[in-house]
Ligand binder design. Structure first.
Ligand SMILES: [Zn+2]
Length: 289
C-alpha cells in the first residue's frame, strides 16, 4: 500500500489509522443537510465517514509522525457508536504496512489533544500506560495542554489524560508555542477557531511546502470557509483561520493534508468562484498532482 509524495528532500506518507463515522450535523454546524449531504452522504444514523489521518514525514535525519489517531482508549460502546473497527489495529502495525519501520519514528506531533488526534500516543498494557513510540519525543501546543486540563464541561469529553499525562511525567512531551521549529523544515503554527490551542503543521524542503491542516479544514467538504463544524468553540475565528491558511496554500501551491478526509491523501488548493476554494486531489489510487 502506498500513499506517498515527495517534497524536496522529504518523503511524505499518509497513514490512515482507520475511518470513523460521526454525526453529520455536528460536522457541518449551521449548514443545512440538504447541502452538505451532497458532498458527504450520511448513513442511516446521519453519520458521515471521517478518516483518522496521520502523516509520516521522512526528512533524511528524522522520521516525524503527525497525529496518532484513535488508539486503544475508546471502549466498545464508543467504538460501535463511531463505527470504529471493533478491535483496533495498533498504529505501529498500520505504519509498518506502508513500508515504514515504526521504530524509526523519533518525533511525534499532535496538532491538538482531542481524542481523535492523539489516542495512539500511548498504549494501555498490563504494566500501565506506555509510549507507543518508545524512541520518540512528543510535541503538542502549550495552549491545548492548559485547556485539556481545565476539563471544561463543554468539551472535556474530547480529552483523555492518559494520552499525554504519562508522556509529560516521563519528560518525553514538549509543549510549544506559535512558530516552533520541531526539526529543521518542520514547524507548528497557531491556528485558533476549532479551539484556542490548535496548530497546523508545515514542512518545507527545497522551496516546496506541505501543510497539515488538521481540524482547521477537516476534509474537502469543508473547503467553503463558512462550513464550520458545530464542535468549533470560536466559529468566527475558524472562518478567518481557514481562509488565511487556504489562501496561503493556494497562492503558494502547497501540498495539503486534511485532518479527516476519508478519501483524499494529498491535495492542492485552487480557487472556486462559488465556494472560494476547491481541491485537486491526489491519492494512492489516482495520480495527477
Ligand atoms: Zn479531529
Amino acid at each position: 500500500m502506498s500513499a506517498g509524495a515527495v517534497l524536496g528532500d522529504f518523503e511524505l506518507t499518509l497513514v490512515r489509522d482507520s475511518i470513523y463515522w460521526w454525526d453529520g450535523g455536528a460536522m457541518f454546524g449551521v449548514v443545512p443537510k440538504t447541502l452538505w449531504n451532497r458532498k458527504l452522504p450520511a448513513d442511516e444514523l446521519n453519520r458521515v465517514p471521517l478518516g483518522l489521518n496521520c502523516y509520516v514525514i521522512r526528512t533524511g535525519d528524522h522520521t516525524v509522525l503527525i497525529e496518532t489517531g484513535a488508539g486503544d482508549k475508546p471502549d466498545a460502546v464508543f467504538r460501535e457508536r463511531a463505527k470504529l473497527p471493533p478491535v483496533p489495529e495498533p498504529l505501529p502495525a498500520v505504519i509498518a504496512r506502508h513500508g515504514i519501520d515504526p521504530e524509526s519514528i523519533d518525533i511525534v506531533i499532535n496538532s491538538h489533544l482531542h481524542w481523535d488526534h492523539c489516542s495512539g500516543n500511548t498504549t494501555i498494557t498490563p504494566k500501565g500506560v506506555v509510549p507507543t513510540f518508545p524512541r520518540a519525543r512528543y510535541f503538542a501546543p502549550r495552549g491545548e495542554w492548559a485547556h485539556a486540563h481545565e476539563h471544561h464541561i463543554r468539551d472535556s469529553v474530547a480529552y483523555i489524560d492518559a494520552n499525554y499525562d504519562p508522556l509529560m511525567e516521563s519528560g518525553r512531551l514538549t509543549l510549544v508555542d506559535d512558530g516552533a521549529v520541531i526539526v529543521p523544515g518542520i514547524r507548528m503554527h497557531s491556528a485558533p477557531g476549532h479551539n484556542r490551542g490548535i496548530m497546523v503543521v508545515t514542512a518545507e524542503s527545497r522551496g516546496e511546502t506541505f501543510c497539515f491542516l488538521s481540524d482547521v479544514v477537516p476534509g474537502s467538504a469543508h473547503l467553503q470557509p463558512t462550513w464550520i463544524p458545530a464542535f468549533d468553540l470560536f466559529p468566527l475565528e475558524s472562518i478567518d483561520t481557514r481562509t488565511k491558511w487556504l489562501t496561503r496554500a493556494m497562492e503558494q501551491n502547497w501540498l495539503c493534508g486534511f485532518g479527516h478526509d476519508h478519501q483524499i491523501d494529498f491535495a492542492r488548493i485552487l480557487p472556486d468562484p462559488k465556494t472560494h476554494f476547491c481541491a485537486r486531489a491526489w491519492n494512492s489510487v489516482e495520480s495527477g498532482l
